[in-house]
Design a protein. Structure first.
Length: 268
């Protein structure tokens, strides 16, 4: 039996954290511990978590707000298992997630992590499966070059060895958004990536999440271009990445601002 430490960062999710934790508990004996990192919530998240009666749940509240990446790193430092998985406190794992991922790993021993598709439940009520095939982009194997342009690895779908996490240095705590994209790029530079096309996670797209912060999004896109500049240039992806960034900025009517931001980042 492969035992897993599941890391769940949370912030003010009293209405969804129980659903999230219980979806992990339904994965059965694979789950040895669920480490909930409460990133200084001001609502009743702590009470809700502590009312869930299962000895596998470990609740911790850091002495300062760490952000999603920092909270995940904090949780991994507490993890006792050789395998770790990440989950979000407003989402749900679907039946058999871990079992199906471990079954995949039995015949794909070289991968550094395995992820899956997920079903995104939009506020409009529409549900879409992500990621989907897009042109010539690869979703598994050596996908480093593809990840430089498009992130397909959703953090709540990841299962990986703890030693691989440590080898790549965990999540970048200077990033308050897109830290999962940056993390996936660094893993893919060293390892092949595994993928299951079946949606194994239900993601609830909510207001107020990190991804809804437009300013942080563009700032971190510029930061990533600087951080991974050598890889973008080596793979011939730098111009494509800049073009994609500016097209998005134009659609949001802030192209001039983002162009100036990019110049500042790239001059450092």
């Amino acid at each position: 039996m492969r035992n897993v430490s599941v890391i769940i960062p949370t912030y003010n999710r009293e209405c969804s954290i129980q659903r999230s934790v219980e979806s992990v508990l339904r994965q059965g004996d694979f789950v040895k511990e669920i480490i909930v990192i409460d990133d200084r919530s001001t609502d009743q998240t702590e009470r809700v978590v502590k009312e869930i009666k299962d000895e596998r749940i470990l609740y911790r509240k850091p002495d300062r707000n760490l952000g999603a990446g920092g909270a995940r790193n904090f949780g991994v430092r507490l993890a006792s298992c050789d395998w770790i998985a990440f989950h979000d406190s407003d989402d749900e794992w679907l039946e058999g997630k871990l079992e199906k991922q471990f079954s995949y790993l039995e015949s794909h021993e070289k991968v550094g992590l395995v992820y899956s598709a997920y079903r995104a439940q939009l506020a409009s009520g529409e549900a879409i499966v992500v990621p989907q095939e897009c042109g010539k982009s690869k979703l598994e194997g050596d996908i480093h070059a593809d990840l430089l342009l498009r992130n397909t690895v959703g953090a709540p779908t990841i299962l990986m060895r703890k030693d691989v996490f440590g080898e790549v240095g965990g999540f970048d705590e200077d990033m308050r958004s897109l830290e999962d994209w940056d993390f996936a790029i660094r893993v893919s530079k060293r390892y092949e990536i595994g993928f299951l096309p079946e949606a194994l996670v239900q993601v609830h797209v909510t207001q107020g999440g990190v991804s809804s912060d437009m300013g942080a999004y563009y700032q971190n896109r510029c930061y990533m271009l600087r951080k991974h500049r050598a890889d973008y240039l080596k793979e011939g992806k730098f111009n494509d990445a800049v073009r994609d960034l500016l097209i998005r900025a134009s659609e949001d009517h802030i192209q001039d601002k983002v162009e100036k931001m990019l110049v500042i980042f790239m001059s450092k």
